[in-house]
Design a protein around this ligand. Sequence first.
Ligand SMILES: [Zn+2]
Length: 504
Amino acid sequence: MMEKKLIKIFDTTLRDGEQSPGATLNIQEKIKIARQLKKLNVDVIEAGLPASSPNDFKAVKKIAKEINGPIIAGLARALKPDIDILWEAIKEAKKPRIHIVLGTSEEHLKYKFRRSREEALQMGIEAIKYAKKLCSEIEYSTEDASRSNKDYLFKVIREAIRAGATVINIPDTVGYAVPEEWGKLIARIKEITTTENVLLSVHCHNDLGMAVPNTLIAIKNGADQVECTINGIGERAGNAALEEVVVALKIRPDYFGVTTIINFKEILKTSKMVSSIMGIPVQPNKAIVGANAFAHSSGIHQDGILKDKRTYQIIEPEEIGAAGHKFVLTARSGKHALKHSLEKLGYKFKESETRKIHQHFLEVADKKKEILEADLVAIVEEETAIPREEIYQLDYIQTTGGNKIVPTATVKVKKKGKIIQESACGNGVVDATYRAIDRIANLRFKLVDYSLKSVTGGKDALGEVTVHIKCRDKAVIGRGTSTDIIEASAKAYLNAINRYLATK
Ligand SMILES: [Zn+2]
């Protein structure tokens, strides 16, 4: 039997994904995600754009030093100072890669760079030659390739390979391509790149909802590497969703005839972690990782599933590491039972961490009779969240509400050991709570978005609140969970304010 071609998975959650509005991460958060991406076994982690900020530089440097296994890439514009900063950040990686990007479309050349085609080509070539002296692996991206003049694009690719590029990435930067046409373009580029010892890569955006189909058709037409993000996050409508691409390849080997080294059991955990840390919820009907991806609601479907799962299901939830809404524990379960359940979910913790999780578990189990697997995941996520400098901590909250009275809230918050208390009225108890907290923080925040989700079913379920707030044009996200939705709302708001203050 012929060996199946191995498609390289290039994850750009920490670079393109971090460019999602409001999703900025701190250094520890980027490292936490990078560690999970290593467990997921991606081939390449694009850790950031180090020239963009000192914090991103530090984060990329730390990832390069610590994460051993995948190639660690970073992005740079075709400018020597950018490349120098990038190299400084990634040079300690076991397998570093410099990724240079330069536009090839008229839109980019004329309006962004104000350069002629020839001038831009020279700029790109010089950048590759300069970077090649620092690093043997050079990826070159022809930004906005799908809207570029084809002859010019092919010329740039040939010259880039001659100058030393080892990976040629073809981005559909604005999500303009359609699968059939895109597939043909990739096949033609494959003819140019196949004789040389270089990898052909694609990077597809989702503006018309075609990022995943375009990525798959590129594979069918010879692409060796695909660039994706977890949950498809990224600029505007996002990138190709990693989980959708790799599972499609797994479920249809008959059609694609390729494989990846992805550790499928880590998919759901990675999706949840990225969603939780970045504060970007996953839509319920999202393929593979959405809450309803494996839910069967019509009677006919349920009947079929009960007779044989194959009737209406092509993926086993367990294959992607799904922890079901299965009952696991109660308040009377001991630490040993908790440890066992955590291990079954794939978690391993030190004794001190287990103790903390057990404490939190008891608090929740006190209010909620049955602890389900999904509750445990939520508890673990909260307990292992990166400790930020918590300037404000919720101490006490009391609210009154109803349809015939003015909703009021009294909130007590700890700040460096001191208690601050404020009360306020509002249009509802959440509004009253947020007004009271605004008074405590002595700042005016604009609530851009508020969402409440229950972690599991049942009236006593854990509620998870996500808020997006804005202050002086800076957008931040906060989250909080509790069996009481007002408490969860207050925690989420304080979490967002703490994050806002930490960025200053
Ligand atoms: Zn992109």
